[in-house]
Ligand binder design. Structure first.
Ligand code: BGC
Length: 716
């Protein structure tokens, strides 16, 4: 399609509608054109409606086809709409939440999962997904941590790229366009409160928060979504420096930028725009192309052009980007792209997809504690499965609207499939809902626990406790669930806890009382079978924490790659005495970033460097030999961290700069090598220029971010 030629045919109003995105409910008008209800509230005419450039969250192939057909019948230029949706961690086959994907440290599998989500959603009518979300997260109180791959910029970059590649591929058959979000730094909302202010130095922004968005841009992502929050005092949607200067000019992004839901209008609520007209002006000047869910562009652009505040060229640029995306998606040739009602029935939730979802859930689960009871022996005579997450399909996690929890294989079902109906008994115990206090079913669960050989106790958060608008001021397990855990463990010490959560929880007490804890996150459609395989040793747990688990809510935000301070706490004990420590509880987290156990033991040799010196354009190799000294085949995530010991600005105590996930049989060993070049040593100096400075560097290689073994070299 010659998009430039097409653009010339459009009136200004038609152009502005191309950069307006509406929800499908807007199209629920009758054919007599009685424009009451939703569209009246946006003050748009029926003609405008049928010029809308894109629509979000249409569910199902049939709906998608009929909406597009109805639209095209009325659209003068026959320009199809782009159908966009939040396909976040799966479409109907749900795989674990992104914190779990990060924890897998397995980018190949993450790519496969995104590719599977693209396939299911594309045949069911979706052209573009609002994913990946790559906001770096440090504060577990924020409900949206579940959508992110965690607190580390390096890991986030790897996973950002993997997801973009998986969704988009070459944008051909069974692929959807991606939309990286939310630029920028939405994950740094103050006090973990959703939609709250973000305020940070440009150095921190560039060093920690921006890289994962840039990684998506470098991987060719088609769209970028701005964040709700402020960046240097200006909400992102209207932030010209962020969107135009950094994203477009500095990074060379020339695709479509979309606002978040209602965010253009919210410039007024933020108090940086007097009215809708100013909000539209700010957003368009920032080069935010599409306005999502409101119509400030439509109401104001004409006037703004008349007044000389905007040029029509600015609108043309935005519209052209949208038309070109439609062209890339092949919508002009086939407005339904891959949508296929019959094929959708075959592909969605097919065995191959369920298998992948199960493997991903296995790969992302993190064994937090094990006193030796796990794995359970599969010859066990009877297993009690207890708890609010034991017999529910609601273990998919937030952002799984397209999925039906009825399609989830529950923990109870997973165990029955594996052990047979007779050996598995179930009791509810109590609910995980924050406000529930009903203890009436605990006794029954305790009695069941007593009567069985082993217990799997499924506790945690309900799936809607995390996700958008679900911030918490207390991230501990509920008192009610603690009552259940205490009594069940007392009744039967052969109890393993399975944790279901959308965020790190402060579970110091659980760590004390539970003999074993396996963190399943929100595992998705095949969570039950994955748990079964892990607990019975068919698979050794190999996930490692993508986000620090704090020892108390009060420690948030907490992350491993912090600066040292002039007075770091000297040890892990409660200390006071003029150092960076709390006087009423631990300063160190409960489980650090990168942490996770497995069913085997690994021994690391000391770190070896190929040279004690490195020149700025040279490279050195760091290596360790890792040996499986346990009794089972298992995977290990070998993690390399670097510390710049002194520099012109303070540097983090450690930064992940490489990892390798390896699998070793008992007694097997492998030498793992990492190449270090200046890229891994660079940082933003006082002048905000990125460079590496001469001096001493420590190279740590170990099993988690707490590793203390290192070798040192000089950058000369
Ligand atoms: C969220 C976005 C999402 C959009 C569309 C917003 O509330 O912040 O992440 O893509 O809604 O559903």
């Amino acid at each position: 399609m010659d998009c430039k030629k097409l653009l010339k045919k459009l009136t200004l109003k038609e152009k502005v509608m191309q950069i307006t995105q509406l929800i499908p409910r807007m199209f629920d008008t009758d054919d007599t054109g009685a424009l009451t209800g939703p569209i009246a509230s946006l003050n748009i005419s029926e003609e405008d409606l049928y010029n809308t450039g894109s629509v979000l969250n249409v569910y199902g192939a049939q709906k998608s086809i009929s909406l597009q057909n109805r639209y095209l019948e009325r659209n003068k230029h026959k320009i199809p709409m782009i159908i966009m949706q939040d396909v976040i961690h799966g479409y109907k086959t749900i795989y674990p939440i992104q914190l779990g994907l990060g924890a897998s440290f397995n980018q190949e599998m993450v790519k496969e999962c995104s590719s599977m989500a693209a396939k299911e959603s594309s045949v069911d009518g979706v052209h573009l997904t609002f994913a990946p979300m790559v906001d770096l997260v440090r504060d577990a109180r924020w409900g949206r941590v579940m959508e992110s791959t965690g607190e580390d910029p390096y890991l986030n970059c790897v996973m950002s790229k993997a997801q973009v590649e998986g969704y988009q591929g070459d944008l051909g058959k069974y692929k959807v366009a991606g939309c990286v979000k939310h630029i920028a730094a939405y994950g740094a909302s103050e006090s973990g409160l959703d939609y709250n202010t973000v305020d940070m130095s440009e150095r921190t922004l560039r060093e920690y928060y921006l890289p994962a968005y840039k990684a998506a841009v470098d991987a060719g992502v088609e769209m970028v979504m701005t964040s709700f929050n402020t960046v240097e005092g200006i909400p992102s949607v209207g932030n010209k420096w962020l969107v135009d200067d950094v994203l477009r000019k500095e990074w060379g992004f020339n695709g479509v930028v979309i606002s978040d839901f209602n965010a253009v209008r919210e410039l007024i609520t933020h108090g940086v725009a007097k009215d809708g007209k100013q909000a539209a002006l700010m957003s368009i000047n920032a080069t935010t192309d599409i306005e999502m869910a409101t119509t400030e562009y439509l109401q104001n652009v004409e006037q703004l052009i008349k007044e000389g505040k905007l040029s029509e060229k600015q609108i043309d640029d935005a519209v052209l980007r949208v038309l070109e995306l439609k062209d890339k998606l092949g919508l002009f040739e086939n407005p339904h792209k891959d949508t296929d009602v019959e094929l959708a029935k075959e592909i969605v939730l097919c065995k191959e997809h369920r298998d992948l979802a199960r493997k991903m859930a296995e790969e992302s689960a993190v064994l937090l504690k094990n006193n030796g009871i796990l794995p359970f022996n599969k010859n066990v005579k009877s297993v009690a499965v207890i708890g609010p997450h034991a017999n529910t399909g609601n273990i998919n996690g937030f952002w799984s609207y397209s999925a039906d929890p009825k399609n989830t294989t529950t923990v109870l079902q997973g165990l029955k499939n594996y052990l047979g109906e007779d050996r598995v008994k179930y009791a509810f115990g109590c609910s995980a809902v924050l406000t529930d206090t009903d203890q009436s079913q605990i006794d029954e669960a305790v009695n069941l626990a007593k009567s069985c050989d082993a217990v799997i106790l499924c506790v945690g958060e309900v799936e809607t406790d995390s996700g958008e608008a679900n911030s918490k001021s207390n991230i501990e397990l509920t008192d009610l669930q603690y009552k259940l855990v205490e009594r069940v463990v007392e009744a039967n010490p052969n109890t393993a806890v399975a944790l279901f959560t959308g965020r790190p929880l402060a579970i110091v007490k659980l760590n004390e009382i539970a003999p074993a804890i396996l963190n399943m996150w929100m595992p998705g459609t095949e969570g039950g079978p994955a748990l079964t395989n892990l607990m019975f040793g068919e698979v050794s747990p190999s996930g490692r924490l993508s986000m620090t688990f704090p020892a108390s809510t009060g420690q948030c935000p907490i992350y491993y790659n912090h600066y040292n301070t002039g007075r770091p706490a000297p040890n892990r004990e409660i200390t006071y005495g003029y150092c960076a420590s709390y006087i009423d509880g631990p300063t160190y987290p409960l489980y650090p970033f990168g942490y996770g156990l497995t069913y085997s033991e690994f021994e690391y040799s000391p770190v070896k460097l190929s040279s004690a010196n490195m020149t700025i354009d040279g490279s050195i190799t760091a290596s360790v030999t890792v040996k499986n000294v346990g009794k089972r085949t298992a995977k290990e995530v070998v993690q390399m961290y670097i510390r710049d010991v002194y520099a012109s600005v303070v540097r983090p105590v450690k930064e992940l700069k490489g990892y390798k996930k390896i699998e070793l049989a008992p007694n097997e060993s492998q030498t793992v090598e990492f190449t270090i070049t200046k890229e891994q040593l660079e940082f933003y100096g006082r002048d905000l220029v990125k460079r590496a400075e001469a001096g001493t560097f420590y190279v740590f290689i170990g099993k988690d971010s707490d590793v203390s073994e290192y070798a040192e070299f000089e950058l000369v």
